[in-house]
Design a protein. Structure first.
Length: 252
């Protein structure tokens, strides 16, 4: 009973913090410059993790202007974890997120680039958009697995979006994400796989015991002149090694 009451309190606090974020986006963002917006994004992301009972830590030095971040994908919480360190990062996200209440407006405010996976040619449009963004000196973050995993292993890395980095000679920095719990090296509370809904995920996360997320920013890899499938394999191997997961370094 105590655990359920704590989860309800966390969930209520999370909704309140989400509404606070919406108010910031609607009323404060229009008068703020980019640096001030990034400060708000960093603060909001860190606090949301804390509100949900998730401890946060990171190591390594994140790349800044004009870089591509490539991370493994566990949950929608990954975005907040990365924004807690690199608030200027613009994510490439599936267009389905636009249908999420409240979350969609918050995601929009961070300059998200949307990919409509049902449209085969949309990937070309997004690759071009990412290339333009990188050329402008901005940071873009992608999840090469294309979907979430349980965290026990890595799915194959898709190489398409890496072409934007190769075309602009932009370094690609692998980022290893791991959620753990008090009794497990890999958290089941934050799993967001299959038909799990956002509300179900919020509840399970709120019920978690000692959940912790750790980000490891690994050395960036040069991309100029590298085959995108080779680069995908290298990034996957880097993240697998950081997480202690046995993985074939070749792309899947």
């Amino acid at each position: 009973m105590k655990r359920r009451l704590r989860a309800v309190a966390r969930l209520a606090h999370a909704v309140g913090h989400g509404l606070h974020g919406l108010a910031i986006v609607l009323f404060a963002f229009p008068s703020l410059d980019a640096a001030a917006r990034h400060d708000r994004i960093r603060w909001w992301s860190k606090k949301m993790l804390a509100v949900l009972g998730i401890a946060f830590e990171h190591e390594g030095t994140p790349a800044r202007a004009g870089s591509l971040l490539a991370a493994n994908h566990i949950s929608w919480l990954d975005i907040m974890a990365i924004h807690a360190v690199v608030p200027e990062a613009r994510f490439v996200s599936k267009a389905d997120v636009k249908a999420w209440p409240l979350v969609a407006r918050l995601v929009d405010s961070a300059g998200t680039l949307y990919l409509e996976r049902e449209r085969k040619r949309d990937a070309l449009r997004v690759v071009h958009a990412v290339a333009v963004t990188l050329s402008a000196g901005q940071v873009v973050a992608i999840f090469p697995e294309g979907t979430t995993s349980t965290g026990h292993g890595l799915l194959p890395f898709h190489a398409n979006l890496l072409q934007a980095a190769i075309a602009t000679a932009t370094p690609v920095q692998p980022v290893a994400l791991r959620f753990s719990e008090t009794a497990s090296a890999v958290s089941e509370a934050v799993e967001f796989i299959g038909a799990t809904s956002l509300l179900e995920s919020l509840w399970r996360t709120s019920c978690g015991e000692g959940v912790r997320v750790r980000l490891t920013f690994l050395p960036a890899r040069p991309s100029a002149g590298v085959d995108r499938r080779v680069l995908a394999g290298q990034l996957r191997g880097d993240i697998a090694a950081a997480l202690g997961i046995a993985a074939d370094p070749r792309p899947g």
